[in-house]
Design a protein around this ligand. Structure first.
Ligand code: HEC
Ligand code: HEC
Ligand code: HEC
Ligand code: HEC
Ligand code: HEC
Length: 398
């Protein structure tokens, strides 16, 4: 290869190494094996051939924009479906909601691809082309040769929640050290609420339309950035160090030395990502904070359940949780009861916002780890809005 070859730090010509398929991808516990232990792969296998897989890739439905194998490619290219010529203002920053110009309705853009596979796969996140696919070029991997669909630097991220109900524009979030979120932007295109809560709620008479009312599964970006929750008037919401210094991949994709330094593709958070700041940490329940959040979730869950607002049934009759289910750890599976009221009245904005925040934290808060301060503030304000009382776990507002 001469002077144009690619050499590692020791001067070895990487193109001459015969085992180039092994690292980082096909070695023992390489990228491919790590990926096969992730929920991204396991859900695909579980759903193979099911009605769920068909629904998740249906053209003209919202689901494929995150669940189809080419989910990001279409969005990055600016190809999503809208009604009546509606425009998603910040599609290039990950946003999906828009206002229909004819009906005025808050709407979600749809998937226009034709994939039949419902999987978050290598090519979903990585922009693989004939020119950089090692299977086609025969050229071994070199650091940086396998780029992401969403640019890892310079990409802005918009969380769906708009600042005012005047327009559906979302809120631009600020990444570590005031910059972008780096490779974590990729995660934030999918792990979001899908709901512009400012435009979703009304001042009075909030109707719970179905068990799917509220933020979608996996709204981690909304909480991590400290921008996506329903925030109460007159309160200020703080920023956490995690949000100022870290992004998703810092905790979920630690670099693996055995793997040429390519990050862990199991996407599982690791304690090794915490100890540089939390010296000696042995679990994610640092200073008992996760335990406090779990206890707060149970207290709000119990209140809402007694009021007839929560269920785990997917069809009528929407029976409340049993005593054994309260606080059983499965907060993320709680769903709102269609047409639920509080004290016989449709919910006010602040009450529906509390229900929204409960679901948001249960589904995306990682028991507070994603943004300790913001999560504790949202839960405290929500419980107080419902009951007028402070939470036992956070007697004074954090
Ligand atoms: C903005 C991206 C996005 C869109 C659009 C989206 N989802 Fe999801 N969905 C996710 C993410 C992310 C998760 C994983 C959450 C987690 O496990 O923490 C998820 C999880 C789910 C789950 C839970 C089961 C599982 O495998 O974890 C179901 C069911 C689901 N989605 C159905 C749908 C349906 C139906 C649609 C279309 C109406 C849809 N989703 C649209 C991002 C999206
Ligand atoms: C959910 C998204 C996602 C999926 C799925 C995924 N990756 Fe990655 N991959 C990433 C991110 C994020 C990085 C880190 C990039 C960075 O740090 O700049 C990365 C890094 C890499 C790198 C190093 C990048 C470089 O240019 O040097 C390789 C190689 C890689 N992935 C291969 C794969 C393979 C092979 C698969 C499928 C088995 C896969 N990835 C699946 C998100 C993903
Ligand atoms: C194309 C959309 C998409 C992207 C991009 C994406 N995810 Fe996911 N993620 C999902 C979906 C959907 C699920 C649910 C399992 C499934 O259906 O694949 C999920 C599941 C997960 C889970 C398991 C959650 C649980 O409840 O067990 C973790 C952890 C996760 N993702 C982390 C990440 C990280 C970290 C990134 C960025 C490197 C990322 N994801 C990028 C869509 C995405
Ligand atoms: C860049 C340094 C840094 C890293 C890395 C980090 N944290 Fe933190 N974390 C902090 C700081 C500083 C606080 C104190 C509150 C604040 O400033 O937001 C904190 C607060 C917390 C809290 C709330 C309880 C408390 O002591 O305030 C939890 C829980 C937590 N972190 C968990 C984790 C976990 C789990 C990881 C690894 C997966 C992690 N952190 C990684 C800096 C970090
Ligand atoms: C400070 C480290 C840290 C950062 C940054 C971080 N996570 Fe997490 N995340 C965790 C930990 C720790 C857990 C598991 C908590 C537990 O199970 O005790 C977790 C859990 C999750 C889960 C499982 C479901 C849930 O929410 O409880 C998903 C999905 C996820 N994170 C995605 C993301 C995404 C997307 C980002 C970026 C927007 C992100 N994480 C940023 C540490 C982090």
């Amino acid at each position: 290869m001469g002077a144009t070859g690619t050499f590692d730090a020791g001067g070895v010509d990487l193109a001459s190494i015969p085992v180039s398929c092994l690292s980082p991808c096909h070695g023992f516990n390489g990228v491919v094996t790590q990926y096969q232990t992730s929920a991204h792969y396991i859900a695909y296998v579980q759903n193979l051939g099911t009605a769920q897989a068909t629904e998740w890739t249906a053209t003209g439905e919202a689901c494929g924009n995150c669940h189809a194998i080419d989910a990001l490619a279409g969005r990055v290219a600016g190809t999503v479906g809208t009604t009546n010529g509606g425009v998603v203002t910040n599609l290039a920053s990950g946003e999906l909601q828009f206002r229909d110009p004819t009906t005025g309705a808050l709407s979600t853009s749809t998937y226009l691809g034709s994939a039949l596979t419902a999987e978050v796969y290598c090519t979903t996140c990585h922009a693989v082309t004939d020119a950089n696919d090692p299977h086609k070029t025969g050229i071994p991997w070199t650091p940086g040769s396998f780029p992401l669909q969403v640019a890892a630097s310079g990409s802005a991220i918009n969380i769906e929640k708009s600042a005012t109900s005047a327009a559906v524009t979302g809120t631009q979030a600020t990444g570590p050290d005031g910059g972008d979120f780096g490779a974590g932007s990729t995660c934030m295109w999918c792990h979001r609420s899908r709901v512009d809560v400012t435009n979703y709620l009304t001042d009075t008479g909030n109707v719970i339309t179905s068990v799917y009312w509220g933020p979608h599964e996996g709204p981690q970006a909304d909480l991590f950035t400290g921008t996506g929750g329903y925030q109460y008037a007159g309160k200020t919401y703080g920023e956490a160090t995690h949000e100022q210094k870290l992004s998703c991949i810092d905790c979920h994709m630690v670099s693996v030395a055995d793997n040429s330094g390519v990050p862990d593709h199991s996407f599982a958070p690791r304690i090794s990502a915490c100890v540089s700041c939390h010296a000696g940490a042995t679990s994610f329940d640092i200073n008992g904070f996760e335990s406090q959040v779990k206890s707060a979730l149970t207290q709000i869950e119990t209140y809402l359940n007694t009021a007839g607002v929560l269920t785990r049934a997917v069809a009528a009759p929407y029976t409340p949780l049993t005593t054994a289910q309260l606080g059983d750890g499965l907060w993320a599976t709680d769903q709102p009861v269609p047409k639920a009221t509080l004290g016989g009245q449709l919910m006010t904005r602040d009450q529906a916002g509390a229900l929204y925040n409960y679901i948001l934290v249960a589904r995306g808060g990682a028991y507070g780890v994603h943004n300790p301060k913001y999560v504790a503030e949202l839960l405290s304000d929500s419980y107080t809005a419902l009951t007028g009382l402070p939470l036992a776990a956070f007697p004074s507002r954090p």
